[in-house]
Design a protein around this ligand. Structure first.
Ligand code: DX5
Ligand code: ZN
Length: 221
């Protein structure tokens, strides 16, 4: 199990004040910035691209930027995000024609590589690539929107992937994304996640430090 990471999803931030919002959650105890990229093709929504990532770096953000690509095709945008300052880049296997090639491409561009499993994607997709990855990201909602409810069957999937990671590649992080709140993060951590994305639960809170503190306490309990 890797050290706990809380990664607020800026999808739920006030985009008109994005730099300030990111500084505020980092100052409130967040570890990474989760950066959701949607293309209105792989998912039915449209968000932000490499220019915004680069703008955050120019704004002085030095924390890891965790880029979650919900785009198809994947490969041609990877070098752009690496140049823009991404730290890790995760993608969905359904959106890449050659999953192993895309993982190698991300690493060749100097970033850590993650593979994202949708709620209905079987864990067997990890069988031949787990050792090549830096992170597995399990979606606990269908990708495309913030503010959805955690799908309970993800807990069993977390336990299965945690067992695979512990047996074969303990250096790999296990990230969870979708519907994570202060009141369910404890059982999500117990099921095996070490890296927690939370969008609406953090950015809709009055006090970022309070909610991030409660999340970290629940994980440690
Ligand atoms: C959904 C995104 C998530 C989303 C999470 O496609 O990948 O990162 O922002 O938002 P919450 O925490 O509100 O479910
Ligand atoms: Zn995400």
């Amino acid at each position: 199990m890797q050290p706990t990471v809380i990664a607020p999803s800026i999808l739920s931030a006030d985009f008109a004040r994005l730099g300030d919002e990111v500084n505020a959650v980092l100052g409130a105890g967040a570890d990474w910035v989760h950066f959701d990229v949607m293309d209105n093709h792989y998912v039915p929504n449209l968000t932000i691209g490499p220019m915004v990532c680069e703008a955050l770096r120019k704004h002085g953000i030095t924390a890891p930027i965790d880029v979650h690509l919900m785009v198809e095709p994947v490969d041609r945008i990877v070098p752009d995000f690496a140049r823009a300052g991404a730290s890790m880049i995760s993608f969905h296997p359904e959106a890449s024609r050659h999953v192993h090639r895309t993982i190698q491409l991300i690493k060749a561009n100097g970033c850590q590589a993650g593979l994202v499993l949708n709620p209905a994607t079987p864990v067997e997709v990890l069988d031949y690539v787990l050792e090549d990855l830096d992170m597995v990201l399990l979606m606990s909602v269908n990708p495309g929107f913030g503010g959805q409810s955690f799908i309970p069957s993800t807990l069993d999937k977390l336990r299965r992937v945690r067992a695979m990671i512990d047996a074969r590649a303990p250096q790999v992080r296990l990230e969870i994304d979708g519907g994570v709140k202060a009141d369910n993060i404890g059982e999500i951590a117990a099921a095996g996640a070490d890296t927690f994305v939370a969008g609406s639960a953090i950015f809709n809170a009055e006090d970022y430090a309070d909610v991030i503190g409660r999340m970290k306490a629940a994980v440690a309990a």
